[in-house]
Design a protein. Structure first.
Lengths: 117, 111
């Protein structure tokens, strides 16, 4: 049963601390997305990678957020320093190929729930 | 700049009746349109999609309609069941690019 795995599932941290969220995409998927869910914005795209190369990170606050794919089985999203306004659910999703046809889609992990106090 | 808008944050429907969820998008270049369903404490899961060359796609109780001239997408659920209670996100996609999601509509099906 292939699935996207995210860790940690829950994280409570103090303002100013570094937070690292990890994602293991589905084996064979070459596209990885990071989304943040907030009440006002819904699912915001933060960054995405294809074949480990970053294609778009314009949705990410560059001064404190960074996203990387050290290898094909691991994507990371780091916040340093964290702030209370970063509290949200962060989702990783993966997909395959550059095209999309009916029935193909991206698959989400269960999310990392971040609370910054 | 919101590419996709779901103007109804919530919807309540009686069990057995039709649920209609709506979505508007801004860019006529999108190729595919999708609906995702999300239960609390879980990630969104794919529900149904439609390509830009079609105007309707049906899968069991779920039908997605696409009106390209109006840049409007809708999801019909008939008959609605209590297990359909969830947040529904519409998403749009352009080949080679990223997915854009709406803000979600929380559907409650009342038994």
């Amino acid at each position: 049963d292939a699935r996207v795995t995210q860790t940690p599932r829950h994280k409570v941290t103090e303002m100013g601390q570094e937070v690292t969220m990890r994602c293991q995409p589905i084996l064979g998927h070459n596209t990885v997305f990071w989304y943040r869910q907030t009440m006002m914005q819904g699912l915001e795209l933060l960054a995405y990678f294809r074949n480990r190369a970053p294609l778009d990170d314009s949705g990410m606050p560059k001064d404190r957020f960074s996203a990387e794919m050290p290898d094909a089985t691991l994507a990371t999203l780091k916040i340093q320093p964290s702030e209370p306004r970063d509290s949200a659910v962060y989702f990783c999703a993966s997909g395959s190929g550059t095209g999309l046809h009916s029935g193909n889609t991206i698959y989400f992990g269960e999310g990392s729930w971040l609370t910054v106090v | 700049d919101q590419q996709v808008k779901q103007n109804s944050p919530s919807l309540s429907v009686q069990e057995g009746r039709i649920s209609i969820l709506n979505c508007d998008y801004t860019n006529s270049m999108f190729d595919y349109f999708l609906w995702y369903k999300k239960y609390p404490a879980e990630g969104p899961t794919f529900l149904i999609s439609i390509s830009s060359i079609k105007d309707k796609n049906e899968d069991g109780r779920f039908t997605v309609f696409l009106n390209k001239s109006a840049k409007h997408l809708s999801l019909h659920i008939v008959p609605s069941q209590p297990g359909d209670s969830a947040v529904y996100f519409c998403a749009v996609y352009r080949t080679g690019n990223q997915f854009y999601f709406g803000t979600g509509t929380s559907l409650t099906v009342i038994p």
